[in-house]
Design a protein around this ligand. Structure first.
Ligand code: GLN
Length: 200
């Protein structure tokens, strides 16, 4: 299994370290070839407008959208903004791979970064987790296909639908591998599922 980490901008190095710490293979994704050699993709935090522009510039935007139709993607913070349905800028659409409405920089300047104790309701376990929020977005609405997995102050901060996992916070900035480990399990399950379908 190979986990690709989009490495155009932002916080990708720590995601790679986290994946390698779980004894899985991680690759920096900067090209179509490295994207397609990956079984799952992490889109890190950073600046969503810059990330979107770089993805278009490198002709990777449509490739990532296609990827997300068959393989798992985990987006943190700016990555979540790219995967949702709300325009990133008035003339810059998001990918719409998960049915969530998103407000960027939703906590305002005064509390633009904070740490909060969360409880993750993963399908197979409930775990305590330290959420690091940095100029974080809020999920302001979500469709029936979306399963919320954690909340902070009444807002959903971790959610998934089919192959797409998103968090408004940065688990790669903690030492806790619970979410990356969950994503790796999802990628393994999706690979198995595709093998079965391929054999049928
Ligand atoms: N505020 C950033 C944006 O709007 C996201 C911040 C982050 O990824 N930590 O893209």
């Amino acid at each position: 299994m190979t986990i690709g980490v989009l490495a155009l901008q932002g916080d990708f190095a720590r995601h790679i370290r986290m994946i390698e710490g779980l004894a899985a293979k991680a690759v920096e994704v900067k090209t179509k070839a490295t994207l397609h050699s990956s079984d799952g993709l992490i889109i890190p935090g950073g600046e969503s407008t810059t990330l979107a522009k770089l993805l278009h510039k490198h002709h990777l935007w449509d490739q990532v959208v296609q990827f997300g139709r068959t393989k798992p993607i985990y987006g943190t913070c700016a990555g979540l903004i790219l995967l949702g349905t709300s325009p990133i800028l008035p003339n810059l659409d998001a990918m719409g791979l998960i049915d969530i409405a998103v407000q960027r920089n939703a906590y305002g300047r005064q509390i633009d970064s904070f740490v909060a104790n969360l409880e993750l309701h993963l399908p197979d376990q409930k775990v305590a987790f330290e959420g690091v929020f940095i100029r974080a977005p809020k999920i302001t609405g979500f469709g029936k296909s979306v399963q919320p997995l954690a909340w902070h102050d009444g807002n959903v901060v971790l959610a998934e639908s089919d192959r797409i996992l998103v968090s408004t916070f940065h688990p790669e900035l903690t030492d806790d591998p619970a979410i990356h480990s969950y994503f790796i399990r999802q990628v393994a399950a999706s690979m198995q599922h595709r093998d079965i379908q391929g054999a049928a």
